[in-house]
Design a protein around this ligand. Sequence first.
Ligand SMILES: C=C1C[C@]23C[C@H]1CC[C@H]2[C@]1(C)CCC[C@@](C)(C(=O)O)[C@H]1[C@@H]3C(=O)O
Ligand SMILES: O=C(O)CCC(=O)C(=O)O
Ligand SMILES: [Fe+2]
Length: 367
Amino acid sequence: MKHEDKTIESALIFAQQQTSDHIPKQFIWPKDNLSQTSNEVLNEQVIDLQGFLKNEKEATLHAANLVRESCLTHGFFQVINHGIDLDLLAKTEEHGHAFFKLPLTEKLKCKQKEGSVVGFSCAHSQRFRENLPWKESLTFEYNENGPNKLVAEFFNVALGDRYKETGMIFQNLCEAINKLAHALLELLEISLGIDGHNHKYYRKLFEDSVSIVRCNHYPRCNKPTLTYGVGPHCDPNTLTILYQDQVGGLEVFVDNKWKSVQPKRDALVINIGDTFKALSNGKYISCLHRVSVNNYKPRLSLAFFLCPKGDRELRAPQELVDKDENKKYPDFKWEDFLQFTQKNHRADENTLEEFKNWIISSKNHNA
Ligand SMILES: C=C1C[C@]23C[C@H]1CC[C@H]2[C@]1(C)CCC[C@@](C)(C(=O)O)[C@H]1[C@@H]3C(=O)O
Ligand SMILES: O=C(O)CCC(=O)C(=O)O
Ligand SMILES: [Fe+2]
């Protein structure tokens, strides 16, 4: 079957959920040690960023301590008073829903091209044959030093002039989230106690970041326990900043159990990805998480995956390496790690270690 036909097939399956009691086998995930249901709530920190964003010393140290505690246990926390206009977030949610309600022919105008994560994708059915996620998504890049208004341009070019307002809303949101991402890099630096000699180490590494932004729509599903919106995975990128609506579905694997991250109005969910794990010399945890779907209400989320420029050499700051007396990861480039995760398999809790071993063996091989 052609790529486009697979996308159409998945879209029809989602549309038929109003009447069908059945889900096709490509959406059914194996029952394994990771498939138990979640009946606990994650007791993650909800960190108020107001004082830190105003440069207040005591509030900053308090926020940094909470960040440290979260990142040493599971790498997830929520933030409030994060400086992002709440009306802008609400508008993005509205425009996100409007996009996914469009006829498939419209959405296909910006479908993902082969080998790229950018564009519209329905259940990733053009990339994978089995264990398909119960979601459709729209992905684009946010290049902080790229030409002006590139996100807005993406919507205009892909969908036409009628989407000017949608494009501007996503553009403004990306700019605001990227600013927050940089502030969080500074807070992470303080939380790791490396803000003395190597001040702004992480911020500088990400000065020319090219991040991936994704709006996810998880349709209602008549057999929610057989599938996932996103299967168990670790994010390969640096940090993820997530806006989720009030429906719920995000779950984190902690203490050998799945625990749900309860939506909190006005809050954003932050999690550490594999790249920051490496940049903290393995100190901070990049935790396995997944998205469950339900049979009563569609869910919308917006994920900003902070990524460095592809060809930037990435290494943990020397202070951390000296403190640990051991450099845990070889230097690497995000473009190689991204390619590794895209080519080999979906990202999980072994991916970073496998990538590290792959670099070491390819260096030995070329020596
Ligand atoms: C670099 C990326 C690849 C994925 C999107 C960003 C960051 C997270 C990755 C992903 C979400 C991890 C789970 C599996 C995946 C295939 C997905 O379900 O979307 C991953 C993304 C992707 O490859 O598109
Ligand atoms: O939609 C969500 O809540 C999270 C999705 C996610 O984990 C991802 O896309 O990496
Ligand atoms: Fe994720």
